[in-house]
Each structure stands twice: as C-alpha cells, then as structure tokens.
Unconditional design. Sequence first.
Length: 342
Amino acid sequence: MRHYVTVGILVIVVTILTYAGLYSVDLLPVAASLQAGSINDVGSIDWLWNWELVVMCFLFSLIAVPMFYSFVVFRRRKGDTSDGEHMEGNTNLEIAWTVLPLILVFAFAYMGAYSLGDIRRMDLDAMSIKVRAQQFTWTFEYPEYGFFSNELHLPVDQQVVLKMTSTDVIHSFWVPEFRIKQDVVPGRITEYIVTPTLIGPYEVRCAELCGTSHYNMENAVIVESRANFDIWVAEQVAIAAAAAQTPEGQGQLLAVKNGCSGCHSVDGTRLTGPTWFGIYGADVELADGRTIVVDDAFIIESILDPKAKEVAGFSPTSMPTYATVLTEEEIANIIAYIKTLR
Ligand code: CUA
C-alpha cells in the first residue's frame, strides 16, 4: 500500500512538472484567430489542445513513474537468485484500465465535436475569398472586387470563408497562427472559416507533400486594419484597371491569376522553373544539350507543351500544359510582359 501512495503522489508531481515545463517553452506560435482562442476560451482550438496536453503529461507520468520506481525500489539485490513473486491477473486493475480510458476517450470525443462545431460556425456577413492551389503557389481571388492576388490580405476581426480548390494535386492550406488546416482537393471546393484577430504578417504554407517545390509553397498572409485593407483593395483595383489597358499589363495580371510566379520568378531568383527576368532574347541550354534563343515561338511552345523543349537544370519539368487555360491572345500578352522583365 505504501508503494501505491508513493507512486500516486509521484505521478501527480511529475504530471505537474511535465506540464509546467512544456507550457513554459511556448509550444504553439502566437494565436491570431478567434478559432484559435486561448486556453480559457471554452470550445476554441487552444482550449482543446491545452486539455490534450494535460492528459498527455498525465499518461506520460503514469507510464514513466511506475517504471523508474520499479527499477529502483524492486531491483535485484546482490546475491538474490530467488524467483520473483508469482502473480495471476488483477480484475480490479483490468476494469480500471478499461473503463477510465473509455471515459477519457468519450470526454475528448465530446470536446472535439463541441470545438469543431464552434469553429465551423459561419457569420452571416462573412467575406468570401476564392483560393486556388497549384504546384507551387497560392492564388487568391476577391470576387467582390474583381481582382487576383498572390498575397492574402485580410481585414482584422472580419470573418472570412475561403472557398478553396486545386488545379492539380492535393495541397493543404495551413497558417499555424490561425491553427486551422484544411486540405485543398482538385475537383471539389473545401471551406476554411477564419476570423483573424491579430494584425500582422503571417504565411500560408502547404502542409501536404505535393511535389519538388512543396517546401517553397508559401505565400504572404497579411492581417491588417479595415482601413488599410480598404486602401490595399483600392490599389489592387486601380493596378488591375491600369494594367488592363496594355498588352504587357494584361500579361502581368494573367501571370498572377494563373500562378506563374509560383515557379517563375521575375527578379532572377531561381525557383522550380527558369526565371523570366532577362530570359527573352537570351540563349538557353536545353536538357538535350542544344542551345536555343528564347523567342515567341519557344515561349508559345513551352506554354502549350512544356515537355517539348526542357531547359537544362529544370528537367524533367513538372509544368502542366496551359493549352486549355490560355487563349492565343493571352499567351501573346504574357510574352509582352516577359519582354519587359530586364
Ligand atoms: Cu502544395 Cu505541398
């Protein structure tokens, strides 16, 4: 009996110490959404996570403490060659280790369902933004304002619902500070409901292995005041309107809309595909050893059939054909845009 009491007290002490230790190292990044909440916010993700952490610390102690206690207290003494005490089952123990975890599992199932219901609740005035994922970037469409962006700007304290789909493989939308993660699947639309509560720059990263540049599938997420958001929207609308006046401007808008920048930088940075900076008119080496001048014909062919002539160092290409996506005129506009990048 003495051993049970000692182990019981030690389990409680080690649980508290483990929890205090883990709590003090800030396991989670800052909470930046209503859904993330806080540990005192019943139904929020951080509240649920905190209780899971408590149970994890307890279960860890429940295994580690009796184990180390036995190592020390019941170790074999020098010269003792006798057999251990013979034991056969313990009905009370078996009932306890069946019923208690069962209660715990049901309790957490209830808490999880409660929390899920809470964070999936949609406001009537939620702002809708369309999200398109593709290898290897995110494109955001603001249907209310009619423009596309590779940055996600969100007004603080406004619930948004992201309607997400993918053009190729499965990706996963994840902003750690918002806590929520949602798969983005080709052929269907998944929803991501979030109410940002903390102004600041964040990053959406892809949380589903989707190809060679999966690690690089990160776009900026900016949570800002309503006033700054309105300014940004007005700027984007003006930029889009001005750009639509010229072929190269339209080409630039198309590059954003179709996510070209996910693989082709416009400043010389090496990404999954060749940079567009200074590429027009330049000589490039192909994977088969030939050298070719980048002209209209080569760019058109590369957009329609990316595998026809692969550039050395970027082969085999993971670029899909855009034959069904872009019209002849749109491709001409994109070429006009590429010509300006030097
Ligand atoms: Cu998209 Cu990983």
